[in-house]
Design a protein. Structure first.
Length: 364
């Protein structure tokens, strides 16, 4: 096999592949990426058997062939070469690139990747899809033993794409108007979403989403990303969002709120008993936030606009920061009692909602 490709584009493709391909001692060939060169062009592939990526690359195919190789060493080496184009060739069990030799796997051992041929369910701008994922992924569970919640829930109905995640302590919801061709409800593994964001973050244009059975395919002109979906039941979030009986509403300046939260968090994060919590006292048109850890204490005050009675609650400071960092305008907090859910949103933005459950109220 012999090809000639642009060095920078070669680096980009290997970087994409490194977001999928992982060291796999049990089946070593999966630790490599497959490079296929034939009459149709040049294509790289990588898989974990759960998630797969195919990435086409422009270039000249001088001699057809297939090779499987590990990425890290070659990627590091190619980044140091100061040429516009590089020649990649294989002779026997050796891969040659610009005065360097690398070992390869037996390409016959590489698995055949599943093809997803379902109908296109949705078309969307790449940045809009990634923005939706970024707005909710922080509240998905990071515990892989809870697969039902270690996902981003993606649903289409009413001409909108709905992004949802929850770790049972909080829930994030965001919707965006898109070109929905066929409604669907799927749960995408968080690990796959994180890889997808890294791969597509430097791309522009549109992509399509196709679903077949328990497989999702996301496709652009040069990339095909597929992943197995989680088929476990997701919590009934629509009922949680609809059940809003909060009689208190507080508006806060976003920058002041984040600044106060950061100061309080420096203390709250060191208290192992309260689990990053602080006391939030909404009294009159003031919010007082207090946290303590041993002899360390802090108390921060913010001006607010409040309707309804006063309320005091213990809330996770980090969880509030996770959401507030995604906002552009003032923060709106709705509450009922110190033990019922807090509904947090952005001023004049009904598309983005965050629900946070309070902790047991302990005085600082």
């Amino acid at each position: 096999m012999k090809i000639v490709v642009n060095r920078k584009e070669f680096i980009n493709v290997l970087t994409n592949m490194s977001n999928i391909v992982k060291e796999t001692p049990v089946r070593p060939v999966l630790s490599g990426t497959r490079l296929l060169a034939n009459e149709f062009g040049i294509e790289f592939a990588g898989t974990t058997l759960e998630t797969s990526l195919k990435n086409r690359l422009e270039g000249r195919v001088i001699e057809e062939g297939t090779v499987v190789f590990k990425i890290p060493l070659i990627l590091e080496y190619v980044k140091l070469i100061d040429v516009e184009e590089i020649e990649v060739k294989v002779e026997g069990n050796t891969l040659y690139i610009h005065n360097a030799e690398f070992s390869v796997f037996d390409a016959d051992d590489y698995p055949r990747l599943n093809e997803v041929n379902g109908n296109i369910h949705c078309e969307i701008d790449i940045m809009d899809l990634l923005d939706g994922f970024e707005k909710v992924k922080f509240s998905a569970s990071n515990h892989t033993d809870n697969l039902a919640l270690s996902v981003i829930r993606l649903e289409s109905y009413d001409g909108k794409l709905h992004f949802v995640s929850s770790d049972s302590y909080r829930l994030s919801y965001f919707n965006s108007e898109v070109n929905v061709l066929e409604d669907f409800e799927i749960s995408i593994p968080l690990e796959a979403v994180n890889a997808l964001i890294k791969i597509f973050k430097s791309y522009e244009g549109r992509l399509s989403l196709s679903i077949e059975g328990n497989q999702l395919k996301i496709e652009t002109k040069d990339i095909i990303f597929t992943t197995r979906l989680i088929e476990l039941a997701f919590p009934p979030y629509k009922g949680i969002l609809a059940a809003q009986q909060e009689d208190k509403e507080i508006e806060l300046n976003k920058e002041q709120f984040i600044s106060a939260l950061k100061k309080v968090y420096t203390v709250a994060k060191t208290n192992q008993e309260t689990k990053e919590a602080a006391i939030f006292n909404f009294s009159g048109n003031k919010l007082n936030i207090q946290a303590s850890a041993g002899r360390a204490k802090t108390s921060q005050n913010i001006d607010t606009l409040k309707t309804g009675d006063d309320v005091k609650a213990s809330l996770n400071v980090k969880f509030l920061l996770d959401f507030a960092h995604n906002l552009k305008n003032n923060v709106i907090i709705k509450a009922s009692t110190s033990s019922s859910k807090f509904v947090i949103s952005e001023y004049k933005n009904d598309s983005y909602t965050y629900i946070l459950m309070p902790l047991a109220l302990r005085e600082v």
